[in-house]
Design a protein around this ligand. Structure first.
Ligand code: ATP
Ligand code: MG
Length: 636
């Protein structure tokens, strides 16, 4: 990255202060840092919001999804208890086999035949425990996976349904990639936790407590020696937890940064290629990937050290048992069978600690993931009123009363907008780029909330109208149309049946809509990137989609800018036939298309600067007249 950027001409050297990662000054140093630094800036915030690795409230919210399966979870727990009991019972059988059949205490006088019978019986019992462990283990593993998948499916659906109800401002502030991560990898890490770590946790507790108690039962003094080892372990686990938390968090941040960069680069790949930015991008990628690699290495080192460390301590404990226990055997205080059982319990005791690092990792990411998911679930949904707009198919009146609106803070995009449009009339919004025309339409569609004033649709304040009812009466022909995967027909009706049946759209053949549709290859399959349609075709489709809904208010934002003049006149025809049947709001740069509108508003810098009919505005000789004359002169 350094080399690539250094060669870029026209950049001035930095002062020391400017070289920070957050500097947006276009100096050489900050440009060198800005790409990688930007992703620090964007993704750091989110990770820093995440606080605890373990949180009772979170765990409770998560477990609420498992509640419907309470009975089956209890069955699984019972299976775990039985499996653990079998594991803990096995060394006792081996102890009995050694002490009663293989090497009975001198002078016990047991006949050879009965020793062999005992061996067979105990061998059978051991095989029985293995069989129970196998069967119940398989049942419990399958069942818990099934419950996890069910519960997470419900969680995923809840999150998705919730996301669909969030206001547009949320999507403006959150990149799509981040939301997709919530629904995919975050759900996955919670799934890992439930299916791998949570039950293992119960088994681990059972094994640790059980083996310790049984060792104590076998020989209390020998077990007391192991306390020394236990203290070492407890201290090192606490210390490990402290370091691991910081390392895991750093790694998660680096992964988020890498994903963010990847997502942005791939979305904008055509711009990267067209402007020859491949070198810089791949250099930035390498430096971000390198950071992630370094963090992964640190995590690996921690892992690689911790596992052998615990293993070493467990061997040390074995040595301790053999030495101290062996002495007890020689002194006749402990049987050989008990010593062997003691060693087995020692191994059982340590086995959960061996993969503690991995389990802690799973717990950490599951907690972080669930925190992020519940933050998302706690995002307030788009507010909606309760009033309906009443039945009917004719247009509705629209009124703006002293409306003020800003996307952020008090950065007013619309200032004191007031106008009234009677039912079944047409309104045109004109004005320079960035004046606020689309913002007016956004408010009318209920996509954003005004800060001051009133907006009335059909005589009812917009905030009091049910959102679904409001959008049910409106159709919006967008500047940039989004296409879903499916046929064009499906994209008109927005009913996706997944077969070609929908190619026949239920409309009368002599309608305007039929004429529009006649110009589109309706059976063609399209991808959601809309790359297969021309811009003009997309606008036709957008119009067809809107008309199909038979709206009471039709809103067009730059709907005819990319259509040839023949198709445009067809569209104008279609629109003029709708005149008097619905209320329409049209944004247009080409003023020739809106001359017939009942009312024209000229917007500039967020305010209405002129208002009236075409002829009145021409006579006023203001901004509209100037724009119109300029366009006429260009057309001539
Ligand atoms: N989502 C948004 N967040 C923040 N600011 C925005 C957002 N959308 C638009 N703006 C800003 O609001 C102002 C008005 O934008 P708007 O889209 O309403 O203009 P417009 O009149 O429709 O322009 P054009 O004719 O170019 O479509 C612009 O300065 C724009 O940068
Ligand atoms: Mg606009």
């Amino acid at each position: 990255m350094r080399g690539a950027l250094r060669s870029r001409a026209g950049m001035r050297p930095c002062s020391r202060k400017e070289g920070s990662t957050r500097g947006f000054t276009p100096c050489r140093e900050s440009a060198r840092m800005s790409m990688a630094g930007k992703f620090d800036y964007v993704y750091q915030g989110e990770e820093e919001k995440l606080t605890a690795a373990y949180d009772k409230k979170l765990l409770k919210s998560l477990l609420s999804y498992a509640r419907p399966y309470f009975a089956r979870i209890c069955l699984c727990l019972l299976a775990i208890v039985i499996v653990s009991a079998c594991e803990l019972f096995a060394p006792q059988i081996i102890r009995a086999a050694i002490d009663y059949a293989l090497a009975p205490a001198a002078g016990s006088g047991a006949p050879l035949d009965s020793r062999i019978t005992t061996l067979w019986l105990l061998g059978g019992a051991l095989a029985g425990t293995v069989l129970v462990r196998l069967l119940l283990g398989a049942f419990e593993a399958y069942e818990i996976q099934r419950i996890t998948q069910h519960a997470l499916n419900a969680l995923r659906s809840d999150v998705f349904t919730h996301v669909l109800k969030l206001p547009l401002s949320f999507f403006n502030a959150n990149p799509v990639g981040r939301i997709v991560t919530r629904l995919t990898s975050d759900i996955q890490s919670i799934s890992d936790f439930f299916s791998v770590a949570l039950l293992a946790f119960f088994r681990d507790i059972a094994l640790i407590i059980g083996s310790f108690a049984l060792m104590f039962h076998l020989h209390a003094r020998l077990t007391a020696y192991l306390f020394v080892v236990l203290i070492v372990i407890a201290v090192s686990v606490l210390y490990y937890r402290k370091i691991a938390r910081a390392v895991f968090r750093e790694l998660r941040r680096k992964i988020a940064k890498l994903n963010g960069f990847l997502q942005e680069s791939l979305t904008g790949v055509s711009t990267i290629q067209l402007f020859g930015y491949e070198g810089t991008s791949s250099n930035t990628f390498q430096s971000i990937a390198n950071e992630e690699y370094q963090s992964t290495l640190t995590e690996l080192k921690l892992h690689s050290f911790f596992r052998p460390f615990i293993r070493g301590i467990s061997i040390l404990a074995d040595v301790l048992i053999i030495l101290a226990g062996g002495k007890l055997v020689i002194e006749g205080e402990l049987s050989i069978g008990s010593l062997v059982a003691f060693l087995s319990y020692n191994n059982l005791f340590f086995s959960p600690l061996n993969d503690l690092a991995e389990k802690y990792g799973v717990l950490q990411s599951a907690m972080a993931s669930s925190e992020r998911l519940f933050l998302l679930l706690n995002e307030p949904v788009e507010p909606s009123g309760r009033k309906s707009l009443g039945a009917g198919s004719s247009g509705l009146e629209i009124e703006f009363r002293n409306v003020w609106f800003a996307y952020r803070g008090e950065d007013w995009v619309l200032k004191d907008i007031s106008f009234r449009l009677e039912a079944n009339q047409s309104l045109a919004l004109v004005g320079p780029t960035g004046a606020g025309k689309s913002s007016i339409v956004g408010l009318l569609l209920g996509l954003y909330k005004k800060q001051r004033g009133e907006i009335l649709v059909g005589g009812i304040e917009i905030d009091e109208i049910d959102k679904e009812a409001l959008r049910g009466v409106m159709a919006f022909v967008q500047q940039d149309l989004f296409l879903f995967q499916g046929t064009l027909a499906e994209n008109v009706t927005l009913e996706f049946v997944g077969n070609d049946q929908t190619a026949a759209i239920p409309i009368s053949q002599d309608s305007n809509l039929a004429q529009l549709l006649g110009r589109l290859p309706l059976k063609a399959k399209i991808s959601s990137k809309a790359g297969t349609l021309s811009v003009g075709e997309k606008q036709l489709l957008s119009m067809a989609r809107a008309l199909y809904r038979t709206p009471r208010i039709l809103i067009l934002d730059e709907a005819t800018a990319h259509i040839d003049s023949i198709t445009e006149s067809l569209l104008q025809d279609a629109l003029s036939q709708l005149e008097g049947k619905l209320t329409s709001v049209v944004i247009a740069h080409r003023l020739s298309t809106i001359k017939e509108s009942d009312q024209i508003l000229v917007i500039n810098h967020g305010s209405i600067v002129e208002q009236g009919h075409h002829s009145e505005l021409l006579a006023a000789a203001g901004l509209y007249a100037a724009m119109y004359k300029l366009q006429m002169a260009q057309a001539a």
